[in-house]
Design a protein around this ligand. Structure first.
Ligand code: NAD
Length: 327
């Protein structure tokens, strides 16, 4: 009997081909995300779930899926999965780390450059036909080269961001719950500092922490008040890491110069007070969205599922302890 899988997306061809070789697959084929009721109905008789960050895998879902052995999210962030609830039921949870680091950092750097150099405002002028012609002080932004980049969360993506900034002769500060090894600091020319100093000294603050209880609203009125009035905030981590109302207030009060956000507290909406602002760039959670990378992520999730049913260890298990216990 081939394992039965519910795939909450039709994914990309290489991932589908691999999955169909090993499993009986029920795909969610529609363009919108599956409604909760439909998701709960479709997982009820499945051995595996392949989901996106939009699907909450929690007690409610797990109770409705008595045969489920693995929940594989096609994302590196796994705040959509209650890993402890999976562990209690001996269900393996997996994610897709590593394959999206460079693509995500490329995009975070693109946002950094676009907000500082006012790319979107310039584009809007051209489309509206409102450019009055060249002038000396038009759309003057902030320089990027030679400035200080503060990276909050110096993991895989944070470090990829540091690599990129070297090409722009930037000074790199970072803060993290754990200090990196000395050779990594040396290689990336990165200085470990307390968050307070990072906020006070950085011209760009780029956030790369996972969403955890400790990082929820890590960027709030108090932390924003510590930033320079000429500084920019870039968030490609998870929306709830930034208090959007506080950010809008800080921008209005000119406590910081601008912000670029790829993720939002209440996706798919951004805070209404951010939407009308010219000093903000808003993108729809696309930092890892290259065809190559999203394909790799989907294949990785499928490989994790197949590994489990072939009696191998899924490479990206978040609760590998249940596998060890089973041996
Ligand atoms: N916008 C997107 O499309 C997109 C794409 C990829 C990843 N992400 C987000 O980026 C996050 C980071 O991904 P990663 O692969 O670099 O993860 P990672 O685990 O390699 O790095 C996260 C870093 O944050 C640090 N950290 C954890 N808690 C902290 C705290 N309380 N204070 C300070 N630092 C803390 C960790 O020690 C680690 O170094 C993901 O969890 C995901 O939510 C978003």
């Amino acid at each position: 009997m081939r394992p039965k899988v519910f795939a909450a997306h039709r994914m990309f061809e290489p991932a589908r081909a691999l999955l169909e070789k090993h499993c009986e697959v029920d795909y969610w084929e529609r363009p919108e995300r599956p409604p909760r009721d439909e998701l709960l109905r479709r997982v009820a008789d499945k051995d595996a779930l392949i989901c996106l960050l939009t699907e909450k895998v929690n007690d409610e879902l797990l109770e409705r899926a008595p045969k489920l052995r693995i929940a594989a999210t096609v994302s590196v962030g796994y705040d959509n999965i209650d890993v402890a609830a999976c562990t209690r039921r001996k269900i393996v949870a997996t994610h897709t780390p590593g394959v999206l680091d460079d693509t995500t950092a490329d995009f975070a750097f693109a946002l950094l450059m676009a907000v500082a150099r006012r790319v979107v405002e310039g584009d809007a002028w051209m489309r509206a036909g409102t450019w009055p012609g060249w002038d000396l002080d038009q759309l003057c932004g902030g320089d990027i080269w030679g400035k200080t980049l503060g990276i909050i969360g110096f993991g895989r993506i944070g470090r990829s961001m540091a690599k990129r900034s070297q090409g722009f002769s930037m000074r790199i500060l970072y803060s993290d719950a754990r200090r990196a090894a000395a050779e990594i600091e040396r290689e990336l020319h990165a200085e470990y500092v307390e968050l307070e100093r990072l906020l006070a000294e950085s011209d760009f603050v780029s956030v790369h922490v996972p969403l955890l209880p400790e990082t929820r609203r890590l960027i709030n009125a108090a932390t924003l008040a510590k930033m320079k009035p000429t500084a920019y905030l870039i968030n490609t981590s998870r929306g709830p890491v930034v208090d959007e109302a506080a950010l809008a207030a800080a921008l209005e009060a000119k406590q910081i110069a601008g912000a670029a956000l790829d993720v939002f507290e209440a996706e798919p909406k951004a805070h209404p007070q951010l939407v009308g602002r010219k000093d903000v760039i808003l993108t729809p959670h696309i930092a890892s969205a290259s065809v190559e990378t999203r394909t790799k992520m989907a294949v990785m999730a499928v490989e994790n599922v197949i590994a489990l049913f072939e009696g191998r260890r899924p490479a990206n298990a978040l609760n590998a302890e249940i596998l060890a216990a089973a041996k």
